[in-house]
Every structure is written in C-alpha cells, then in structure tokens.
Design a binder for this molecule. Structure first.
Ligand SMILES: Nc1ncnc2c1ncn2[C@@H]1O[C@H](COP(=O)(O)OP(=O)(O)OP(=O)(O)O)[C@@H](O)[C@H]1O
Length: 312
C-alpha cells in the first residue's frame, strides 16, 4: 500500500531469484529505483536483465524474493496504467498509420490521454500519416515510447530500447527521452551501451550471471576500476621481460602489463612514477596517461566474477 508520507520506491526488488530449469537466470538480486530516479541496467548477454524486467512488468513471477512496483504488485501497477514499457518486439500493426496507432491505443485507456502532447514530446508530428510498417527502427521505438507515455506512467521500463539503431538514431532517441521524461518520472532501462548509461542515468546497476556486481553513480562505478592507464612506444623493445626489468623500482604499483610489439600498456597505481621512469630510464616515447574508461571498468567487473556459470 502506498503511504501518503513516504511513498514506496518506484521499484523495490529484494532477493529476486528466477530459474529456468537448472539455469539460475537471476540470483538473489536486490535493486531499488527511487521515485524520479533514472537507472541504467547493464550486464553482458544472458546476465538476467530481461528476466528481471519481465518480473518487474508482471510478465513472469519470481521463484523467490519480492518485487513491488510503486508499492503494488507488478501486474497490478501495470494494469492500473502506472507503468509504461518500451520493449523490443511485437505489439504494433504495420498497416496502421502512426496517428491511427496512437488513437487506437489512447481509446483503450481508462483516463483520457493527451495524445497531442505526447506527439509533441516524442517528435512524431511529421510521421503521423506514415504507416508503422514503413517507419525506420528508430522511428518505431519513438512510437513505442509515445504509446508507453500515453497513460502518463509514474515509471517507465525500457528493455534495450536503442538496440540496432545507428549512432544518430540513438542520440535522437535519448534526446526525445530527455524531453519526454523531464516531468521527473522514474526510469529503469536495460542497455548494452555504456555511453548512454553514463549520459542519461543517475545511477548504473551492473549484473552478471544473475548477480549484482556494482550499483552506483557513474563516478562511483568508474572509481571501482583501480589505477590509471599508461601507454608508450618503446622502439626496439624485445618483450615484456625487458619492460618489467626496467620498471622493477615501481613493480609494486603495476596492476597489469601488456606489450604488443613496441606498444606498451600498463595499469598502475603510481602513474607519475611509472611515467618518469619510462621517460628517463628507457627509450620509451609518446607517453600517454589516462583514467580508466567506463568500458574498462565494466569489462573488469563482469570478468572477475569468481563463480563458474552454470552449464548451459
Ligand atoms: N524462457 C526462458 N527459458 C529458458 N531460459 C531462458 C528463458 N529466458 C531467459 N533464459 C536464459 O536466462 C538467462 C538470462 O537471460 P536474459 O534474457 O534475462 O539476459 P539479458 O541480460 O537480458 O541478455 P541480453 O543482453 O542478451 O538480452 C540466459 O541464459 C537465457 O538464455
């Protein structure tokens, strides 16, 4: 039940477990999305994102744990029009125009949606007479977004909404999202694109093999990656042993070392010392120092899960 003083979060997932036969797709997952918060849900293929979102949307039931949406059972919150979803597949009739599609869906709603406002928000006014079957992938996702916004939902759930779009279409979709969601509704979106997570979300949640591996702001996630990357060219370098020998005084600071021909790449907790040594005591040139990218951190986080994945 929603309280008048302290509203329940948009999504509260506690100990969610969901298996398919012997495969544990989601394993004791805890995740909360506050009202008005925008959360990106990341993980490699098969990590359990869609399985989790299916439970949040009431399409399937948890084997264990609890999920509430806006303080209610997921299926009920969805039925009451409090949740909008943008999914990848299904649901649209190719022979209807965009206008007809919006009108039909609007006519099925309990409340009277402001169709014109949604058309403006999702920049569909130039497409209204086009048949849905003739729209591009990016345009179809904008139509789906418009349909999801019609009931003015308090929570929007998007499952990889920009997959398959080119860079321009993706940027356009998120720009539209930004305008369409300026009203402070909560958003939970699954994505494979770290940049859109970093650009659009307040918080990033990463899962791997059904388990939570990181949950925090973009800066907090980035800070999980230890060290700084130092790159250089070393003309005539014979191999990694020669590099390691030269760096012996700072060996304790080295996290990773890789050598590709004359190209050297290191991760270290003492970038200045390593850089000084490379430039003064070795033939290395073209030195570069950079913070770890979000991609580096993501790769590291999902690679270091200790448990073996269940057999497929
Ligand atoms: N209905 C199902 N029956 C059997 N196995 C399933 C079913 N749905 C999902 N799985 C399995 O559960 C695991 C998690 O799948 P899920 O689709 O949730 O991952 P995901 O993180 O959304 O992946 P992707 O990024 O590739 O979409 C995968 O191993 C998948 O094969």
């Amino acid at each position: 039940m929603a309280s008048t003083t302290a509203p329940e979060p948009a999504v509260r997932i506690s100990g969610l477990t969901k298996s398919f036969g012997p495969l544990v797709a989601v394993d004791r997952l805890d995740l909360t999305v506050a009202r008005g918060e925008v959360v990106a849900f990341l993980g490699p293929n098969g990590a359990g994102k869609s399985t989790t979102l299916d439970v949040v949307l009431g399409f399937s039931r948890a084997d264990a744990g609890t999920v509430t949406v806006l303080g209610d059972a997921p299926a009920r919150a969805v039925r009451d029009g409090r949740v909008g979803a943008v999914l990848q597949a299904g649901g649209l009739l190719p022979d209807l125009t965009v206008r007809q599609t919006l009108d039909v869906v609007a006519s099925l709603q309990c409340s009277t949606p402001d169709v014109e406002a949604v058309i403006a928000q999702t920049r569909l006014s130039g497409l209204l007479r086009r048949k849905v079957g003739k729209c591009s992938g990016g345009e179809v996702q904008r139509i789906r977004l418009a349909l999801a916004l019609l009931p003015r939902p308090e929570l929007l759930v998007l499952d990889e909404p920009t997959t398959g779009m080119d860079v321009t279409a993706r940027a356009d979709f998120w720009e539209t999202m930004r305008e369409a969601t300026a009203q402070g509704r909560a958003i939970l979106f699954a994505t494979h694109y770290l940049t859109e997570a970093a650009d659009f979300a307040d918080r990033i949640v990463i899962i791997d093999r059904g388990r939570l591996v990181a949950d925090g702001s973009v800066d907090e996630i980035r800070a999980l990656g230890e060290g700084t990357t130092v790159t250089a060219s070393w003309p005539g370098l014979s191999g990694e042993p020669e590099l390691r020998e030269a760096l012996a005084p700072v060996a304790g600071s080295l996290l990773t070392v890789s050598v590709h021909g004359e190209h050297v790449e290191l991760r270290t907790t003492a970038a200045d010392d390593v850089a000084r040594l490379l430039l003064t005591a070795t033939p290395a040139v073209h030195l570069g120092i950079s913070a770890l990218s979000l991609d580096d951190v993501f790769t590291e986080l999902v690679a270091q899960e200790p448990d073996a994945a269940p057999a497929p």
